[in-house]
Design a protein around this ligand. Sequence first.
Ligand code: CTP
Length: 414
Amino acid sequence: MTGSPDNQKETRTLLGRRIVLGITGSIAAYKSAFLARELTRRGAEVRVVMTPSATEFITPLTLATLVDKPVHSDFTESVEKGTWTNHVELGLWGDLFLVAPCTAATMSAMVTGACDNLLQAVFLSARCPVMIAPAMDLDMFTNPATQQSLKTLSDRGILIIEPASGPLASGLEGKGRLEEPEIIAERVEDFFSENLPLSGKKVVITAGPTREPVDAVRYIGNRSTGKMGFAIAGRLADLGAHVTLIAGPVNLPTPDRVAERINIETAEELYEETIKVWPKMDAGIACAAVADLRPMKASDKKMHKDEFPDAVELEKTPDTLKAMGDSKAPGQTLMGFALETDNGIESAKGKLERKNLDFVVLNTLQDPGAGFNHDTNKVTVIKRVGLDTEMLSFELKTKKEVARDLVEMLFQIK
Ligand code: CTP
């Protein structure tokens, strides 16, 4: 029962980020099309500025189509109408000015402050950080003049993506190739997540219900909406964590900047997808409302009334959280949830032990506004402290506020 057909992976780590992509006249300019696509695929808003010579290597139309915005390459947009491109506005609009490929000539202009084209004017007026990915022939790259430009730019705080080594357009072999677009896009992601409290942390979170098929149309499921898990995933991503969200069938958009969403349907699929990624994670949060039982046999056709068996035999589904706890490595932190109707604290403490958790979040269906189908939740967190436990009860809050509290507690941040 693996690999649900609508399994889908999304990477939207740059959602809401504005990037001015500068392209200069190098044969590697064709790779900028792939770079523009990588950046937009990750959710960034991209505006392109090209030097006049870059337009000889790749057409503005290609780039404009990829980023869905007009491309700028000249100070004047229309001589007849007297309209011009506002380089100051472009320089202020971006959160990052990325020049890829960046030729030796443009690097040299950046050092001297020359302003012979629109791209150089944007550079001089940009208030945002600037990142360049040089690309040129081996001897041009190793020339002391180029090396001096690189050093000066780096000393001035410009971020450099070193060129890669390999065959060059000239036929020579060596350093000078533009770094691959995927790697440049990853460096851009790193740039945006640096300095956030959870940058570099990897977290897997399960959310939503599972559905266990009885036949082709019927299933055993529950009323979980996934809101709590999605709120936690969003909060983690806002703080810079690399989040893998394993989601049951819910009607919710992926929160901004969540790195990866894997849609599952059954408890078995949830188990397989989570266990695959768990060893690479710093923390795991099991928020999914997993069906504990499934029919032993599920018909792959719709059963008619006269075909119904007298009873449906059930078996237990795999316990993902217990498997995560059993294989927990030193340094990994694990948080589970317990939805209880009675004897809450004792039962939750039992889960903390049985599943080898560091935190268990208890919500009780008796509390008004807690549990399924609400935008609010009221939780009590039981935390392992050495051989003992500590308990913290929170007020009724929105699920977004609860997500903040839980993330703060998990990573001990303010
Ligand atoms: N969980 C899981 N896989 C399962 C069942 C539960 O990962 N097959 C996780 C849930 O995501 C939750 C926690 O385990 O974080 C508690 O689930 P719950 O069903 O309440 O606990 P059980 O182990 O089933 O205990 P009991 O039935 O005794 O309440």
